[in-house]
Ligand binder design. Structure first.
Ligand code: SF4
Ligand code: SF4
Length: 227
């Protein structure tokens, strides 16, 4: 992907803008070739939700950036697990694009915004789950995250919590559920989903532990038999 006249080497890190004018400008030719991409398909294979449904064709409804930012409703169940721990946007397809290496190089942190504080790039889910309206507005007062509002934000955090397999989050999710039940059905449903995922993960962990212990006893018994 590249901007005409600049060549592919500039990569894809752009802020888009528009100028409204009455000047009669000639329209650019629309190019739909794979110029610049060659045989590469890294973005298509790296996308966590398989949002690319063909070459140069993106089903935006599957894109995590859409799901976590623009989408005002519920996140489809089948897309929740592949979202992993992304709670606001996704840049995977940008990060894997070889053309971006020229501009972004080996920058640690965000290629577009440079070094980002850990409290922003990797916040603690338990703190986010229990955010109040006031703390949300205060924390994100100068961030675009503010625009999605607290309810959509907690919806996204609930999905990340459900995917975390961290059983220590169960009581936190339950506390969040008490705060949101009766207040916002959509948020409550996502928190319920998170709770059931965490309980299932905790059950699996216990079962694996038990199997390990039983396996150990069997080995011990075998050893005693051969002594
Ligand atoms: S931003 Fe993420 S989810 Fe969206 S198309 Fe790119 S890799 Fe896929
Ligand atoms: S990763 Fe970059 S070069 Fe490769 S197909 Fe995607 S846009 Fe083209």
């Amino acid at each position: 992907m590249y901007v005409d006249g600049s060549g592919p080497k500039v990569g894809s890190g752009f802020f888009l803008g528009e100028i409204l004018t009455t000047i009669p400008l000639p329209a650019d030719e629309v190019k739909r070739s794979r110029a610049g991409c060659g045989k590469c398909s890294k973005c298509m294979t790296a996308c966590p939700t398989n949002a690319f449904v063909g070459e140069h064709v993106l089903d935006a409804r599957k894109c995590i950036s859409y799901l976590t930012i623009e989408n005002k409703g519920s996140i489809p169940h089948e897309l929740r697990e592949p979202m992993g721990n992304r709670i606001y946007g996704c840049d995977v397809c940008q990060q894997v694009c070889p053309w971006n290496k020229f501009e972004w190089g080996d920058i640690a942190g965000s290629p577009l915004f440079g070094q980002v504080d850990l409290s922003v790039s990797a916040p603690k889910l338990q703190d986010l789950l229990l955010m109040s309206e006031d703390s949300f507005l205060q924390t994100f007062s100068s961030s675009p995250i503010k625009r999605i509002g607290l309810a959509r934000f907690i919806r996204n955090v609930a999905v990340a919590a459900g995917n975390s397999r961290n059983k220590l989050l169960v009581p936190v999710v339950e506390e969040a559920l008490r705060a949101w039940a009766g207040k916002d059905e959509m948020v409550a449903e996502h928190l319920e989903w998170a709770k059931s995922r965490l309980m299932a993960a905790s059950g699996e962990e216990e079962a694996t532990k038990k199997e390990g212990t039983q396996g150990g006893e069997t080995k011990g018994e075998e050893q005693r038999r051969t002594e």
